[in-house]
Write a protein that binds this ligand. Structure first.
Ligand SMILES: *Cc1c(COP(=O)(O)O)cnc(C)c1O
Length: 430
């Protein structure tokens, strides 16, 4: 229990009834009476914190450095906002609830979360096994930066069957100790899936054979934290770009990781050293966003289904890569049913007529905005082949299935009929 007070108000049940995350978002982890009775967590816009006594200062620093008992646990009081801050502590407690995780950490971006988590576990000579395609920033980190520190990366395609993953893991083990298994599912923008339970089984097998468990890190930005729960499937970390659905209003950049306390404490030490934490006001905005997370993600999911149905019937649309349309004969169908709780609201579709037709349709949109990013209240459209995925070779684009006519849509919470009217008139232009 935290001694500095904001740790009270942590009840998770009422009369034996377990409370849901969406209920707990309104108050969990915050005691108004420690802040003049303020109903909401104030913005603690401060860089540093006052110690009651010199002994407290000594104890907090000893705890932070692990001098007290050799542990990586956080100190019992706040020191300095690069280490933590009340807004961010409450936010972290609330983020952990969606995954039923032991602890969470917030970061200045999704990439800060991903890179800090990786720095905490990799050593020179080791190899990261990962799914492909990955978010562009992650791909760059694995391919351009980590090799400078003799950390290798070996990929397997999203959609790979368990035997194929096993073959890639065996090849990676021949190169060096596996530092981590890093996966992103559904893959962007094709919505191919990676079998999370199988990745967790691989980690357990390596642990049984080598006495070391490579953490399974899941970039859960696309379906989480509502529709996919990696920790419940045996994975070690759920990683987020909070910039997307969790922030949800396209007005901030942040990231987080959720997992077991031991691993989180290791990552926290690296965060304190690198300074990749976010700042109090962004934390405050994220707490506000979390109060409507379930409402927003549910509304967007329902809109996406309506829009996807419309596109599927449109004569200028060749294909719609929407998880809700997977049929029992598709290789990903059974996995989707096991692993995902809903199809989410980001998907891609292919316009007949290639890049020229896709560009004409994109340029004609009036309600849907032309921008990268996803998960906001407003609908966004983008052209992966020429923007987010333009760094990939033509061969890779083709292998992954990113075609010149492909448009990615992040469906927002507008009126679905308005979105259909807009997409209909834009496709008519093309
Ligand atoms: C946006 C995104 C990231 C990077 O997050 P930032 O907040 O932009 O740093 C990582 N992974 C996925 C899947 C993303 O969509």
């Amino acid at each position: 229990m935290k001694k500095h007070g904001l740790g009270s108000y942590r009840k998770r049940e009422v009369a034996g009834h377990r409370l849901s995350p969406e209920t707990l978002m309104m108050g969990y982890g915050y005691d108004p009476h420690l802040s003049e009775g303020a109903l909401k967590v104030p913005v603690f816009q401060t860089s540093t914190f006052v110690f009651r006594t010199a002994q407290d200062g000594k104890d907090f620093f000893a705890a932070m450095a692990g001098r007290r008992d050799g542990s990586n646990e956080p100190p019992p009081g706040l020191i300095y906002s690069r280490f933590n801050n009340p807004d961010l502590e409450v936010l972290e407690d609330r983020l952990a609830l969606w995954e039923d995780g032991e602890a969470a950490l917030v970061f200045s971006s999704g990439m800060a979360a991903i890179s800090t988590a990786l720095w905490a576990v990799v050593r020179p000579g080791e190899v990261i096994v990962h799914s492909e395609p990955l978010y562009g920033g992650t791909q760059t980190l694995l391919q351009n930066f980590l090799p400078q520190f003799r950390v290798g990366a070996v990929g397997f395609p999203a959609g790979a069957r368990p035997e194929e993953i096993d073959r890639v893991v065996a090849a990676a083990r021949a190169q060096g100790r596996i530092a981590a298994i890093f996966v992103e599912t559904p893959a962007n923008p094709t919505n191919s899936l990676v079998d999370l339970a199988h990745c967790a089984a691989v980690a357990r097998r390596i642990e049984a054979e080598d006495g070391y468990r490579p953490p399974v890190m899941v970039d859960n930005t696309f379906l989480g934290p509502l529709w996919q729960h990696p920790l419940a499937l045996g994975c070690d970390l759920a990683i987020y770009s909070l910039t997307k659905y969790v922030g949800g209003h396209s007005d901030l950049v942040a990231g987080s990781v959720v997992g077991a306390r031991g691993l989180i404490d290791r990552i926290r030490k690296v965060r304190s050293s690198l300074g990749t934490i976010t700042e109090p006001y962004t934390g405050w905005l994220l707490m506000r966003s979390l109060e409507t997370l379930k409402l927003r993600m549910t509304a967007a999911m329902n809109n996406a289904r309506t829009v996807a149905e419309f596109l599927r019937r449109h004569r200028k649309v060749a294909a719609v890569h929407y998880l809700g349309f997977l049929q029992p004969d598709h290789a990903d169908y059974a996995l989707y049913r096991r692993q995902c709780e809903a199809p989410g609201s980001t998907f891609s579709f292919e316009v007949v007529g290639g890049e020229a037709a896709a560009f004409r349709a994109l340029d004609a949109l009036q309600v849907v905005k032309l921008a990268v990013s996803l998960g906001g209240t407003e609908s966004l459209a983008s052209h992966p082949a020429s923007t987010t995925h333009s760094g990939l070779t033509p061969d890779t684009l083709e292998r992954i299935g990113i075609t010149p006519g492909m448009i990615r849509l992040s469906v927002g919470i507008e009126n679905a009929d308005d979105l259909i009217a807009d997409l209909g008139q834009a496709l008519a232009v093309g």
